[in-house]
Design a protein around this ligand. Structure first.
Ligand code: HEM
Length: 167
């Protein structure tokens, strides 16, 4: 029973990694939004971009909001297996593969989690078709689009992870 679960989890992770590696291989290398004037998106505005009635589909990862309407076959209300990523900050779903639960908070992101989330963030930032929209007002960006202390703590976790991986 335990070994079945371990095998299942390992296959799941390998699939996930393979997909990200393949996807990153097709992407450009720009990850900065410096040239784009900062737009701050409210949680309410984002929640209206879940793709209902053929509308735009936006998702947020680590507080960065992307327009992923081009990926309707993944994220759309009817067709998408990944519709639960739309209209919200789905950071944790990129680790769990499941909808974010109400009990979940950004403080719970571990060093291991942040590595996986960052790979997906880069996937969206570098994607040819998905466009950066702005920063989500909330735990990671304030109402003026400035990074919060919590975001800096998460960035520090990522640095620690990268440093540990080098050793
Ligand atoms: C934590 C687990 C997982 C996450 C977070 C995840 C996330 C995603 C996301 C966000 C996309 C859409 C990418 C895009 O916009 O182009 C996607 C597509 C896809 N995923 Fe996953 N996935 C997970 C697990 C898996 C597993 C276990 C498999 C299969 C073994 C899988 C197979 C695929 C395939 C084949 C596509 C592309 C579908 C297509 O192009 O039509 N994923 N995944």
């Amino acid at each position: 029973m335990l070994s079945d679960t371990l095998l299942h989890n390992s296959l799941f992770l390998i699939c996930c990694l393979a997909f990200v590696v393949q996807a990153l291989g097709h992407s450009k290398t720009t990850t900065s939004h410096e040239c784009i004037s900062t737009q701050v998106i409210s949680q309410e505005e984002l929640s209206n971009r879940g793709g209902k009635d053929g509308g735009e589909i936006w998702l947020s990862i680590l507080g960065e909001v992307y327009n992923v309407t081009h990926g309707k076959k993944h994220y759309g209300v009817e067709a998408g297996n990944y519709n639960f990523f739309a209209g919200k900050d789905a950071s944790y779903s990129f680790v769990s593969g499941e909808p974010v639960s109400d009990e979940w908070t950004f403080e719970m992101i571990t060093e291991e989690d942040i590595g996986m989330i960052e790979e997906w963030r880069q996937f969206y930032a570098n994607h040819e078709e998905y466009k950066f929209v702005g920063y989500l007002e909330g735990p990671l960006y304030d109402s003026e689009g400035n990074e919060t202390k919590l975001l800096n703590e998460l960035k520090q976790k990522l640095k620690n992870l990268n440093a540990n991986n080098k050793n």
